[in-house]
Design a protein around this ligand. Structure first.
Ligand SMILES: Nc1ncnc2c1ncn2[C@@H]1O[C@H](COP(=O)(O)OP(=O)(O)OP(=O)(O)O)[C@@H](O)[C@H]1O
Ligand SMILES: [Mg+2]
Length: 601
C-alpha cells in the first residue's frame, strides 16, 4: 500500500514537473492546451443541457420557432467545436509542441556534452540516455494530455451523475459501481502492460541494433561481401522467437483482464439502457426525452472513460520516460567541474597516473612524463598498450584512479573543462566527418575574416587545399550525399585530412594527434609530417603513430607497453638502448630497404 502510494505520488510529481516545464518554456502551448482542456471538458455537459432543453420543448409542445432556436444553438456549438479542434489539432498543437520538443532536445544535447565520457561505458546509464533522447515528445506533451483526459473525464462524470440522478438513481449507481470495477481491471491491465514492456527491452534493443546495421551506409558494402548478414539475420530470428515467448506469456494474462474489462463496459451500457427503457415503457416513470438524454450521456461517459483509462494506463511508462528526460535535464557531473581559466600553456605533466575503465584492470600503470611548450612529443606502443586512453586522460575526458594530471603545474580538474579543452586541437583515432560544409567541418562554426584565414592555413597544413579548391562549391560543399545531391563523399584519407585540418584550425596551444596518418598516402603523410615537425617552432605537439618514420624527428619519444612507459628519449638514444623501440623501428625499416639500392626510405 505504502509502495503504491509512493508510486502515485511519484507519477503526480513527474506530471507536475512536465507541466511546469511546459509553462516555463512554451506559454503559448500551455494556454492553447488549457483552453482545449476546458473547452473539451465543458462542451459535453453544456451540450447535454441544451439537448435536454430541446426535448423539454418537445415535451411541453412548445413553439416550433423555440425548438429551432435551441437547434440553432446546438449547431453553433458544434461549428465552434469543429473550428477549434481543427485549428488546435492541425495547426497550433503540432507547431507549438514541435518548438517545445526542440527546446527539450537542445537542453539534452547540451547535457550530453557535459556528461563524463565514462558514462557511455555504463550500459544502464547509456540506455537511460538513449531513452531520454527518444522520449522528448512524450515528456513535452504527456502531462498535458493526461491532464486533459482527467479534466474532461471529471466534467463528464459530474454531468452524467447530475443527469442520471435526476432521471434514475439506480442507473447512476450501476454506472458508478462499474467505474470502480473498471479501475480495478485497468490497474491490472496496466501492470501487465508495464511488465511486458520491461520484459521486451532486451529483445527490442537487439532488434533495433540489427535493423540499424542493415540500414546504415557504413555497413552496406561489408554486408554484401561477407556472411555477416546471415549471422545477423539468424540472430534476429532467434531474438524474435524470444520476443514471441514474452508476448505469449503476457498476452494470455492481458487477454483475460481485457475481456473482463470490455464485458464490464458493454454490459453496463446495455443494462442501463434496458433499465431506463423499462422505466419508460413498463413503469412509465421516465419520459422518452429523458431516455434519449440518458442514452447520449451514457455514450459520452463511455468515451470519456475510455480516454481516461487510456491515459491512466500509460501513466507508469510515461512517467518513467518523463523521469529519464528530467534526470538528464538536471544532470550534473559526479564531481563538480572546476571554474579556473587555464592560462597560456607552459608545461604539461602526468605524475604517477594509473587508470582503468569501470571496474576493470588498470590500463595505465604509474605513468609519469612531462613536456614543455614547443616540444614535439611522440607516443608509440603496440595495439592496446593504452595510448588513446592516455590522451583521453590528458584531455580530462576520464579521471585517473590515482596520480595527477597537471597543466602548468595545476591539477586539470581545477579548470573549467570547456576552456581547458579549448587549449587543445585534437585528431582522434576514430575521427569523424559530419554532414556539414567543408568549412564548418573544419572551422566548427567560427566565422569572420580571421576564421577564413585560419581555415586557409588549416587546409594547407592538412594537405587538403587542392582538393577543396577542386570541389564544385569549394569550401561550401557539404561532406555527405545523404541530404544534398551536390554533396560529396570523401575518401577515407581525405576524411582524415579534414580531421587534421579541424585540429589545426583552432591554432590551439597543444596539438594532439592519435594516429593522424593511418589512412594517408606516403606523400601526404610526408607533407603533413613536415608541417607538424618543421612548421611552427612554438607549436606544442603530442603525436601517436605506429609509423615510426613519422615520429623519429620528435623531440622526445615515449614508449608505452602494457600501460607503462618503458623507454623515453630521442630517436638516437632509444636506438642505442636497443630495447623495444629499436626492435620495432628496425622491423619497420627492414621492410622499406631495397636490396638493389640498399637505402632506407
Ligand atoms: N571504453 C572502454 N571501456 C573498457 N575498456 C576499454 C575502453 N577503451 C579501451 N579499453 C581497453 O583499454 C586498453 C587500451 O586501449 P587503448 O585504446 O588506449 O589502446 P591503444 O594503445 O590506443 O591501441 P591502438 O594502437 O590499437 O590504438 C585496451 O585493452 C582496450 O580494450
Ligand atoms: Mg589507440
Amino acid at each position: 500500500m505504502k509502495k503504491r502510494m509512493a508510486g502515485i505520488a511519484h507519477t503526480l510529481q513527474s506530471n507536475l514537473y512536465s507541466l511546469v516545464f511546459c509553462w516555463r518554456n512554451a506559454k503559448g502551448l500551455f494556454f492553447a492546451n488549457l483552453f482545449d482542456i476546458l473547452f473539451g471538458g465543458l462542451f459535453d455537459p453544456v451540450y447535454l443541457l441544451v439537448t435536454a432543453a430541446l426535448f423539454h420543448e418537445l415535451e411541453i409542445q412548445g413553439a416550433f420557432i423555440d425548438a429551432l432556436k435551441v437547434i440553432g444553438i446546438m449547431a453553433a456549438m458544434l461549428a465552434v467545436r469543429i473550428a477549434w479542434s481543427q485549428l488546435y489539432n492541425t495547426v497550433l498543437k503540432p507547431l507549438l509542441s514541435e518548438k517545445l520538443q526542440a527546446k527539450v532536445q537542445k537542453q539534452l544535447f547540451d547535457k550530453s556534452v557535459q556528461m563524463e565520457l565514462e558514462r557511455y561505458d555504463d550500459p544502464e546509464f547509456y540506455d537511460s540516455f538513449i531513452m531520454a533522447m527518444g522520449n522528448t515528445g512524450s515528456f513535452a506533451m504527456g502531462a498535458m494530455s493526461n491532464l486533459s483526459a482527467v479534466i474532461k473525464f471529471t466534467f463528464t462524470i459530474i454531468a452524467m451523475v447530475g443527469v442520471l440522478s435526476y432521471v434514475d438513481v439506480t442507473a447512476m449507481l450501476i454506472i458508478v459501481a462499474s467505474t470502480v470495477l473498471s479501475a480495478v481491471f485497468t490497474s491490472r491491465i496496466r501492470k501487465i502492460s508495464f511488465e511486458r514492456e520491461q520484459a521486451l527491452i532486451p529483445t527490442s534493443k537487439r532488434a533495433s541494433y540489427i535493423s540499424r546495421v542493415f540500414r546504415l551506409r557504413e555497413h552496406a558494402a561489408l554486408l554484401r561481401l561477407s556472411g555477416m548478414g546471415k549471422v545477423l539475420t539468424d540472430d534476429y530470428d532467434d531474438n524474435m522467437r524470444q520476443a514471441a515467448e514474452v508476448e505469449k506469456k503476457y498476452g494470455k494474462r492481458k487477454f483475460l483482464w481485457s475481456m473482463l474489462s470490455g464485458l464490464n463496459g458493454d454490459s453496463v451500457y446495455m443494462s442501463v439502457i434496458i433499465l431506463v427503457l423499462y422505466r419508460v415503457i413498463v413503469v412509465g416513470s421516465v419520459a422518452l426525452s429523458q431516455f434519449v438524454i440518458v442514452v447520449s450521456a451514457n455514450w459520452r461517459f463511455r468515451e470519456a472513460l475510455e480516454e481516461f483509462v487510456g491515459a491512466v494506463s500509460s501513466l507508469p511508462e510515461q512517467s518513467m520516460h518523463m523521469d529519464k528526460v528530467r534526470m538528464f535535464i538536471h544532470y550534473q557531473p559526479a564531481t563538480p567541474a572546476g571554474k579556473a581559466v587555464p592560462p597560456q600553456f607552459e608545461n604539461f605533466e602526468m605524475r604517477n597516473v594509473s587508470f582503468g575503465y569501470g571496474d576493470g584492470e588498470d590500463v595505465l600503470k604509474d605513468v609519469s612524463f612531462r613536456f614543455q611548450r614547443g616540444e614535439k612529443t611522440a607516443l608509440v606502443g603496440e595495439n592496446g598498450a593504452g595510448k588513446s586512453t592516455l590522451i583521453k586522460l590528458m584531455l580530462g575526458l576520464y579521471t585517473p584512479r590515482s596520480g595527477a594530471v597537471l597543466y602548468n603545474g595545476v591539477d586539470i580538474r581545477e579548470f573549467d573543462p570547456r576552456l581547458y579543452r579549448e587549449r587543445f586541437g585534437v585528431v582522434f583515432q576514430d575521427y569523424a566527418v559530419y554532414a556539414q560544409s567543408v568549412y564548418d567541418n573544419v572551422a566548427c562554426g567560427a566565422a569572420g575574416e580571421e576564421a577564413r584565414l585560419h581555415f586557409a592555413q588549416a587546409i594547407e597544413f592538412a594537405d587538403l587545399r587542392s582538393k577543396v579548391e577542386g570541389l564544385a562549391h569549394g569550401a561550401d560543399t557539404v561532406l555527405s550525399r545523404e541530404f544534398d545531391d551536390e554533396g560529396v563523399n570523401l575518401s577515407g584519407g581525405e576524411q582524415q585530412k579534414v580531421a587534421i585540418a579541424r585540429a589545426r584550425f583552432k591554432q590551439a596551444d597543444i596539438m594532439v594527434m592519435d594516429e593522424p596518418s593511418s589512412a594517408l598516402d606516403p606523400l601526404a603523410e610526408a607533407r603533413i609530417k613536415g608541417h607538424v615537425f618543421e612548421g611552427d617552432k612554438d607549436q606544442t605537439v603530442f603525436i601517436i603513430s605506429h609509423r615510426l618514420s613519422t615520429t623519429r624527428d620528435a623531440s622526445r619519444i615515449l614508449v608505452l607497453a602494457n600501460g607503462r612507459i618503458i623507454e623515453s628519449g630521442v630517436h638516437d638514444e632509444l636506438m642505442k638502448i636497443d630495447g623495444r623501440y629499436a626492435e620495432a623501428f628496425l622491423a619497420q625499416a627492414k621492410r622499406y630497404k631495397s636490396p638493389a639500392i640498399g637505402t632506407e626510405a
